[in-house]
Design a protein around this ligand. Sequence first.
Ligand SMILES: NC(=O)CCC(=O)C(=O)O
Length: 260
Amino acid sequence: MKFKVTCLQMDIAFGDPIKNYQHAEKLIETAMKDNPDIIVLPELWTTGYDLTRLDTIADKNAETTIEFLKKAAKKHQVHFVGGSVANRVEQGVKNTLLIINNEGKLVQKYSKLHLFKLMDEHLYLEAGEKTGLFELENRNFGGVICYDIRFPEWIRAHTVSGAEALFVVAEWPAPRLSHWRSLLIARAIENQCFVIACNRSGSDPNNEFAGHSMIIDPWGEVIAEAGANEEILSAEIKLDLVKEIRKQIPIFEDRRPDLY
Ligand SMILES: NC(=O)CCC(=O)C(=O)O
């Protein structure tokens, strides 16, 4: 089974959800010319990292963003790994990834587990509590957010539970581009899974972002990589390759969870 996946590596207007919805809508229209099966958006794409103004700009229960994505999913009959959104819930604001299927149904919400202190997330956001496992067309996937990729045991929790591809949504700054690339390739090799990673481009008052969204196969080969600027990046992922590679080097059989 194969899926065409498309990352919308977009620039994000700081603290301006209306502008970002309009911009995303245009990018989705353009991306659809290539007939993708799954469209991926970056982390916090409606607000950027405007954390001090979350009181006014966070999306209550992510309702507006869910509606936006549901409408686009139904119109274009495409699945969305709909990036993450500043999601106002009872306990505070979470950084929540939204998965909407091509019938316009919300199939999963995953809130970022590891908050990134270097960008003050711990001061403004609440951490999530469960995995980002989800199913589309009866295949198993995992979804995580940016800093989460520094925690191999968290990614492993998704692949031992059956994920064949890992989606990563991010706002990863340019000075750590080499970490971004190495960590994503390592996660693909050690988990023998596809990695589809959508970063943002552009800058905000505090950071310049790296771009370089990547689509990596389960052997660790980069099958598509964006540059630093805004770009729509697509590739086909053939999920049967996961089984082949896991048969060739059977790390899931050989690991020793009795000792570690
Ligand atoms: N938005 C993030 O989680 C950024 C993570 C990051 O930059 C890192 O180095 O890790």
